[in-house]
Design a protein around this ligand. Structure first.
Ligand SMILES: *Cc1c(COP(=O)(O)O)cnc(C)c1O
Length: 395
């Protein structure tokens, strides 16, 4: 056997995270994560669980009893929703206008479901008329859509209209709110969403590990009356009910530290006020968008569908998207990301989420991006960008 590896103390670089997630974590959340562990059935932890559920309902704008953090990343809460709601033989309607609709399809297929699609190009939202037509044609049991498509920077408008169409045809509505929860207006009950899932590391600015999920009675009834158990034991909501419901009995060991973290992250949401938080994301990301445009760059989506938490900026002709990303990381310790799927190489994805959505990050990003572009020979006006962003912020 080889000798013990000589690995030094952990010293990650001090980055500013403005990609598609994770976002910068608030220092209070990091402090909560360094507090002592208790057992997952400790009476004090049961109290913490109740508080997390209460804070999560507030953030989702829901009274749903069945509101929990799922152990795992956003994909775990996503698979918990889809894997429990889709039974073998069920039909699920999913969108084709971004990367995460494709992931919905993969999960529905693995659950034994039949997948049908409602189409829109990458970079555009779903049209209610197209949803109406697809639902009438395919009569799905479940209709999934992505509220904030992180791959394209598009916000899905008309949510109440979409849920009404689905309900007129008795479909259960599942919303991907990973990049909207805690940053973009989202009203689960008022908008008629039956099941919504999210992630902690986007607009909640919490490390990944415990992911919000909420289901109303209608959705939970479908889950609890399944003929066949879901294919995942770990994510079986009828079993998880034993732990997060009345009994508080063992199913799996909750990721205690991640539950502490999301409790603190949600407490920050409650302190700020959910609507004030939505306003802050719009204001700060709005200044970023104004600055980027004044600098001479273009946003990919139409202004109408602009998603404040994820800004998809077009890569100018003749510029290497990767070289700019690398320059920002190396020279500025600043993380942004490139495009995915159909938009690969065409856009940069600049996140403005949670604790990263602060005015000081706007000017930092504009200067850094401007310099990276200039180094690539692009013709941008950084001063104009800074002035416009500053004016937008009211300075
Ligand atoms: C990030 C993301 C997910 C997946 O979350 P992970 O935490 O990466 O598992 C799902 N949907 C959307 C819209 C996302 O942005």
């Amino acid at each position: 056997m080889s000798d013990a590896p000589d690995v030094g103390e952990l010293r990650p670089p001090d980055r500013t995270l403005m990609g598609p997630g994770p976002s910068d974590v608030h220092p209070r959340v990091l402090r909560a994560m360094s507090t002592p562990l208790v057992g997952h059935l400790d009476p004090s932890f049961i109290e913490i669980m109740n508080e997390v559920q209460e804070l999560m309902r507030y953030t989702f704008r829901t009274d749903n009893q069945w509101t929990i953090p799922v152990s795992g990343t956003g994909s775990a809460s996503m698979e918990a929703a889809i894997g429990n709601l889709v039974e073998p033989g069920d039909t699920m309607l999913v969108p084709t206008n971004g990367y995460f609709g494709g992931r919905m399809a993969s999960m529905a297929e693995r659950a034994g479901g039949e997948v049908v699609t409602v189409d829109a190009p990458w970079g555009e939202p779903l049209e209610p008329a197209a949803v109406e037509e697809a639902i009438s044609d395919t009569q799905p049991d479940v209709f999934g859509f992505v509220h904030a498509e992180t791959s394209t920077g598009v916000l899905q408008p008309d949510v109440p209209e979409l849920t009404e169409i689905a309900h007129d045809h008795d479909a259960i509505v599942v919303a991907d709110c990973v990049t909207s929860l805690g940053g973009i207006e989202l009203r689960v009950d008022e908008w008629g969403i039956d099941a919504a899932y999210a992630g902690p590391q986007k607009c909640l600015s919490c490390p990944p590990g415990a992911s919000p999920l909420t289901l109303n009675d209608r959705a939970m009834e479908k889950v609890l009356s399944r003929e066949e158990a879901p294919r995942s034991w770990y994510l079986d909501l009828s079993l998880l009910e034993g732990y997060w419901g009345e009994d508080r009995s063992y199913h799996h060991t909750a990721p205690i530290t991640n539950v502490y973290a999301i409790r603190e992250a949600l407490r920050l949401v409650a302190e700020e006020g959910i609507e004030e938080r939505w306003d802050r994301h719009r204001a700060v990301a709005g200044a970023l968008k104004t600055g980027v445009e004044a600098m001479g760059l273009e946003m990919n989506p139409d202004d109408e569908y602009w998603l404040p938490s994820l800004n998809a900026v077009r890569v100018p002709d003749g510029v290497e998207d990767d070289a700019v990303i690398e320059h920002l990381l190396e020279e500025y310790d600043l993380e942004i990301a490139g495009g995915l799927g159909d938009l690969s190489g065409d856009v940069w994805r600049i996140g403005c989420m949670g604790h990263s959505a602060r005015p000081k990050n706007v000017s930092f990003l504009l200067v850094a991006l401007g310099n990276a572009l200039t180094a690539q020979g692009a013709d941008v006006d950084v001063d104009a960008g800074l002035a416009a962003a500053s004016a937008a912020l009211g300075n």
